[in-house]
Design a protein. Structure first.
Length: 354
C-alpha cells in the first residue's frame, strides 16, 4: 500500500509533463476527409409519390416529387456522402421501358468511371423495380455499388418508409463493403442481390425477397452489415449496351388451362423477336402450346418457359428453353439483351443453363 500513492503521483506527474509538452508543440490542422461521392438517379415511383390523405397507401400519385426535394427531405444523407441527383424519369414503374433503362445504364456506367464517384443509387417504383435492377446488374460494368431503392408507402403517408430507405441506400452506395457485389436492392432494412430478388407481396413493406437464396445483409442502426463476403451469382452475364439504341421486342404470355397458340402467333405478327411463357410448375404448358413451341424451335425462334410460382429452377425443355433460375420478367430482359447482341438460339440456351 505504501507504494500505491507514490506510483499514482509519479504517473500523474508524467501525464502532466506530457500534456504540457504537447501543449507547447504546434499541431498541424487536419482537413476533414472528403465524403464519398454518390449520385442518385431518380425515376419516380412510390418513393416520390404523394396524396392528399396521409393514410392513402394505394391510390396516391406516383412520381410527383422531384429528386432535389427527396434529397432535401433527408439531410442525414449529407453526413455520409457528397450527394448529387439527376432526374432520369418521373413515372410510375409500370411506365419504365427499355428506352429509359438504356439511358439509365449508360449514365451509370459513365458516372462510375469517374474517380470521385464511390457508388450510385437509383430510386424506382416497386412494381417493376426487380426487373430494372436485374437489367442494370447485366449491363453495368463496374465493381462500384449500384443500389436500387424504392418505397411501399408514398412520401405523404404516416410512417412513410421512403426517407429511411433512401438514407440506407446512400449509406450502402458509399460503403466500401458494398464493392464487388453487383447491383443491390434495399428496402425495409434488408439488402438483396438484384440477380435473385423479386417482389413477393403487393402492399407490405417487407415485399422484396429472394426466397431460396436469402438476403446478403441488413441495416443495423442505419449501417450496412453483410452476412457474406462478395460473391458472383452462378451464371451471371454482362451485356455491353454502350452502342445499343433500341431493344428487340420480347413479350411475356401467361400459361393457363385451355390455352392455345393464338396469342403466340399474334405476338409474332406484332413484331416479337422472342417470347417468354410464364408456365405452371416447372415451366409447364399444355400439348397444343408445346406443339407450337416445337415448330418455332425448328424456325430458330426462341421461346423461354418460366414459372409463375416465382420460385425454384425451371429445368431444360424438349420444346423451348427452360428459364433456369430466372423469373419470367427477368428472363424477358435476359432474352432481350441476348437478341440485341445477335446471340444464336444455342447461345441463348447456354445463357439460361439449358
Amino acid at each position: 500500500m505504501k507504494l500505491f500513492a507514490p506510483t499514482l503521483l509519479a504517473a500523474a506527474l508524467l501525464a502532466a509533463t506530457a500534456t504540457a509538452a504537447h501543449a507547447q508543440t504546434p499541431v498541424a490542422a487536419t482537413a476533414p476527409a472528403a465524403l464519398p461521392g454518390v449520385t442518385i438517379y431518380a425515376t419516380g415511383g412510390t418513393i416520390a409519390g404523394s396524396s392528399a390523405s396521409n393514410t392513402d397507401t394505394t391510390n396516391y400519385k406516383a412520381g410527383s416529387i422531384g429528386i432535389q426535394t427527396l434529397i432535401d427531405a433527408v439531410p442525414e444523407m449529407k453526413k455520409v456522402a457528397s450527394v448529387t441527383g439527376e432526374q432520369i424519369a418521373n413515372v410510375g414503374s409500370s411506365d419504365i421501358n427499355g428506352e429509359i433503362l438504356l439511358k439509365l445504364s449508360k449514365a451509370i456506367n459513365a458516372k462510375l468511371a469517374e474517380p470521385g464517384t464511390q457508388g450510385v443509387v437509383v430510386t424506382h417504383g416497386t412494381d417493376t423495380l426487380a426487373e430494372s435492377a436485374f437489367f442494370l446488374d447485366m449491363t453495368v460494368n463496374s465493381p462500384k455499388p449500384v443500389v436500387v431503392v424504392g418505397a411501399m408507402r408514398p412520401a405523404t403517408a404516416i410512417s412513410a418508409d421512403g426517407p429511411m430507405n433512401l438514407l440506407n441506400a446512400v449509406t450502402l452506395a458509399a460503403s466500401p463493403d458494398a464493392v464487388g457485389r453487383g447491383t443491390l436492392i434495399t428496402l425495409n432494412d434488408r439488402i438483396g442481390s438484384a440477380f435473385y430478388t423479386i417482389k413477393t407481396n403487393s402492399t407490405t413493406v417487407d415485399t422484396f425477397k429472394a426466397e431460396e437464396q436469402g438476403y446478403l445483409g441488413a441495416f443495423i442502426g442505419a449501417q450496412p452489415k453483410f452476412w457474406y463476403s462478395p460473391a458472383t451469382p452462378t451464371g451471371k452475364l454482362f451485356f455491353d449496351v454502350s452502342r445499343v439504341t433500341t431493344l428487340p421486342k420480347v413479350v411475356i404470355l401467361y400459361a393457363y388451362q385451355d390455352q392455345d397458340a393464338a396469342l403466340i402467333d399474334a405476338a409474332i405478327r406484332d413484331g416479337a423477336k422472342g417470347i417468354v411463357i410464364d408456365g405452371s410448375g416447372n415451366g409447364s404448358v399444355n400439348s397444343a402450346v408445346k406443339k407450337r413451341i416445337a415448330e418455332l424451335d425448328q424456325q430458330g425462334f426462341p421461346v423461354v418457359r418460366a414459372t409463375r410460382t416465382n420460385s425454384g429452377v425451371v429445368t431444360p425443355k424438349t420444346e423451348g428453353i427452360g428459364s433456369g433460375v430466372y423469373s419470367a420478367s427477368k428472363a424477358r430482359w435476359l432474352l432481350t439483351l441476348a437478341l440485341a447482341q445477335g446471340a444464336s438460339v444455342a447461345q441463348i440456351k447456354g445463357y439460361f443453363g439449358s
